[in-house]
Design a protein around this ligand. Structure first.
Ligand SMILES: C[S@@+](CC[C@H](N)C(=O)[O-])C[C@H]1O[C@@H](n2cnc3c(N)ncnc32)[C@H](O)[C@@H]1O
Length: 325
C-alpha cells in the first residue's frame, strides 16, 4: 500500500473477515463506499472483483489513481458520499461494503483538525466543505452544544464542558484542536490510565460536522435498494452508536424496542435481510498488529427477496443532534 507521505498508511481493519462476508468475489461487482487508502478495494480487485469505489475526501485521489493504473477498467473511483451509492453504482452490484469513520491518514494529518493530540485548525471536515468544528464550537448556544456532546459523544459531563466553552469563547474564539482539548481537560480533569478527556467531545463534533449518522442511515437504505436478492452487505463500524444503527437496520424484528408492542412486529420472513451474522471483532493477532482494530465491529447479511423499505431514521434509533435528555 502507498505510504502516507511519511505518516503511517491506513491499515485495513478486519480485512479477511470482510472478504469472507462478501465472497464469492471472482467476477463479482462490488461497491466500496469508503475507499480511504484503498485497502479493501485492492484486496477485492486482487480476488477478481470489479470495484466501484466512493470517497468524499479529495485527498484519497492519489490512492485511487494508483489502483486505476494497475487494474484498468475493473476499477472506478467516484468522488462523493456513500449516501448516494445507489446513484453511483452504475447498475445492480453483487456486494456493498462500508468501513465507516475516519482513516489513519485523516487522523494523522494535523491540518485536518481531527486529533486532539496534534495542534491544528479545529476543522474536521472530511470533504473540506461546509461547517467546521470551530463553527459549531463558537456559534452554537450552550444548550445545543451540551446536547450535541451528549447525543453524539455520550459525554456525561457535556453541560460542564459546554458552559466552559461558552465562557472561554466570550474572551477569544476557540480555533485550534489543542486549545479545545486543553480547555476540556481543565474543565473535567484527567485521570491516569483513562482515555483523554476530550475523546468523546471530539467524536461528537466530528459526527456532527460530517453528518455521519445521516450518511450511515442513507447509505444503508441505498444499499438495500440497490442490492438484488442474494446480494451481500458488510459494514464495519467503530463505536457503539454506529453499531447499534447497523444492528437495528439488519435485524428490524429483534431491535425495535421503540415500537409499540400492540403493533404487529416486522416478520422475519418479510425482512429485506437474511443470514444476518453475529457481530465480529478483531482477533488477537490483528489487535497486536493494529491497535485501531480494537473498537471495530463487522456486521454482514444477505439481501432477501423482500422489497426495500423507505428510509426510517427514527426506527433505527438515530440520536438527533439536539439530543433530548
Ligand atoms: C476507515 S476509512 C476506510 C479505509 C479503507 N477501507 C481502506 O482499507 O483503506 C473511511 C474512509 O471513508 C471516507 N468516508 C467517510 N464517510 C464517508 C461518506 N459518507 N461518504 C464517502 N466517504 C466517506 C473517509 O473519507 C475515509 O477515507
Amino acid at each position: 500500500m502507498p505510504d502516507n507521505e511519511g505518516g503511517q498508511a491506513h491499515v485495513p481493519v478486519l480485512l479477511a473477515e470482510v472478504l469472507a462476508a462478501l465472497a464469492p468475489l471472482a467476477g463479482a461487482r462490488v461497491v466500496d463506499g469508503t475507499f480511504g487508502a484503498g485497502g479493501y478495494s485492492r484486496a477485492l480487485l486482487e480476488a477478481g472483483a470489479t470495484v466501484t469505489a466512493i470517497d468524499r475526501d479529495p485527498n484519497v485521489r492519489r490512492f485511487a489513481d494508483a489502483l486505476a493504473a494497475e487494474f484498468g477498467d475493473r476499477f472506478t473511483f467516484v468522488p462523493g458520499t456513500f449516501s448516494e451509492l445507489d446513484q453511483f453504482a452504475g447498475g445492480s452490484p453483487d456486494a456493498v461494503v462500508l468501513d465507516i469513520g475516519i482513516s489513519s491518514m485523516q487522523v494523522d494529518e494535523a491540518g485536518r483538525g481531527f486529533s486532539f493530540m496534534r495542534e491544528g485548525p479545529l476543522d474536521m471536515r472530511m470533504a473540506g466543505e461546509g461547517e467546521t468544528a470551530a463553527d459549531l464550537v463558537n456559534t452554537l448556544d450552550e444548550k445545543s452544544l451540551a446536547n450535541l456532546l451528549f447525543a453524539y459523544g455520550e459525554e456525561r459531563r457535556s453541560r460542564r464542558i459546554a458552559a466552559a466553552i461558552v465562557a472561554a469563547r466570550a474572551e477569544t474564539p476557540i480555533t485550534t484542536t489543542t486549545a479545545l482539548a486543553a480547555l476540556i481537560e481543565r474543565t473535567i480533569g484527567r485521570k491516569p490510565g483513562e482515555m483523554h478527556p476530550a475523546t468523546r467531545s471530539f467524536q461528537a463534533l466530528r459526527i456532527a460536522v460530517n453528518d455521519e449518522f445521516g450518511q450511515l442511515v442513507e447509505g444503508l437504505f441505498a444499499a438495500e435498494r440497490i442490492l438484488p436478492e442474494g446480494g451481500r452487505l458488510a459494514v464495519v463500524s467503530f463505536h457503539s452508536l454506529e453499531d447499534r444503527i447497523v444492528k437495528r437496520f439488519l435485524d428490524p424484528e429483534k431491535a425495535a424496542p421503540t415500537r409499540s408492542r400492540h403493533l404487529p412486529q416486522v416478520q422475519s420472513a418479510l425482512s429485506p435481510w437474511r443470514e444476518v451474522r453475529k457481530a465480529m471483532k478483531a482477533g488477537r493477532t490483528e489487535l497486536e498488529r493494529n491497535p485501531r482494530s480494537r473498537s471495530a465491529v463487522l456486521r454482514s447479511a444477505l439481501r432477501s427477496a423482500s422489497p426495500a423499505r423507505p428510509v426510517d431514521r427514527a426506527g433505527l434509533g438515530v440520536p438527533g443532534r439536539g439530543g433530548d435528555r
